[in-house]
Design a protein around this ligand. Structure first.
Ligand code: APR
Length: 258
């Protein structure tokens, strides 16, 4: 049997699992967005192979690193501001709309699940999202457009809150920053109640997010991991497919580009 035959058999198995899902949960990482032109973090050429992450403590204590964080955010805008949902996002939106999946827990901040039509009550953003900003001191909301105007007019300086002078940061969760309580609670509830837990495009190395697949498995869910590279949770999964997410879901769900 060729490697290709093996992938096809696994995709057929996934098709059966998805057809039988009634309370499925998808757990997505950056790998679901790479076909949309957004690089992931740890593959060759990924974001962390080009820039070291700016952790929360550094963001809070160093103004030059706040400037750098916003420079990176706007550079990101240039290269994938216009990204559209890919085959994986569309397939998941269909599983949710057909009530076969109860929700999606994502580590991504790119807003592509929302753009694919997943309603807010079916989506948990564990690491926040980058489509708006807040003051870290008083939680005032700032639109990215306003920050961009300030940043450009000031020659590349990060703005402070206009109400309380606190630091303004995109509504994402950085290393060392506390996880959003409500998102963690919603992710836990989905994970504990699901019958299928489908991991798509994550290296599963960042905690506490990486703990959800094993938690689902421990509670009796069928655990499926679709990822180009092996992960440390492959051994506990019921089904592992090391292939492209879009190809796998097209084959498994009998989708052809829709
Ligand atoms: N099909 C299948 N797998 C893919 C594809 C694809 N088209 N593209 C990339 N992958 C896989 C890569 O092989 C990699 O193992 O997706 C995985 C992405 O892993 P990471 O780059 O580590 O991204 P992620 O797991 O989402 O990172 C988790 O780390 O830096 C933090 O906050 C950041 O949310 C992020 C978290």
């Amino acid at each position: 049997m060729t490697a290709d035959d093996d992938i096809k058999i696994r995709c057929a198995e996934l098709g059966v699992i998805l057809a039988g899902a009634r309370r499925g949960v998808a757990f997505t990482g950056a790998g679901i967005s790479t076909e949309c032109g957004i690089p992931d973090f740890r593959s060759p050429g990924g974001l962390w192979t080009r820039n070291r992450p700016i952790d929360f403590e550094t963001f809070l204590t160093r103004r030059d690193m706040r400037d750098e964080a916003w420079r990176r955010r706007f550079a990101m805008e240039e290269s994938f501001g216009g990204a559209q949902p890919g085959r994986g996002h569309r397939a998941l939106a269909r599983l949710v709309s057909e009530n076969r999946f109860a929700g999606i827990v994502t580590q991504n901040i790119d807003g592509l699940h929302q753009a694919a039509g997943v309603p807010p009550d079916k989506l948990v953003e564990l690491h926040g999202n980058t489509t708006y900003a807040t003051c870290l001191a008083c939680q005032a909301r700032y639109e990215i457009g306003w920050v961009r105007l300030y940043f450009d007019a000031s020659g590349g300086s990060a703005p402070d809150c206009q109400a309380c002078d606190g630091p303004i940061k995109t509504a994402t969760v950085s290393f060392g920053q506390p996880m959003p309580k409500e998102a963690m609670e919603r992710a836990r509830a989905l994970t504990h109640g699901c019958d299928v837990f489908l991991v798509l495009g994550s290296s599963l190395v960042v905690w506490p997010a990486a703990g959800f697949p094993a938690a689902a498995k421990q509670r009796g869910a069928t655990l499926v991991i679709v990822n180009r590279e092996p992960t440390e949770f492959d051994a506990v999964a019921d089904l592992v497919i090391h292939a492209d997410i879009g190809d796998v879901l097209e084959l498994s769900m009998g989708l052809h580009g829709n």
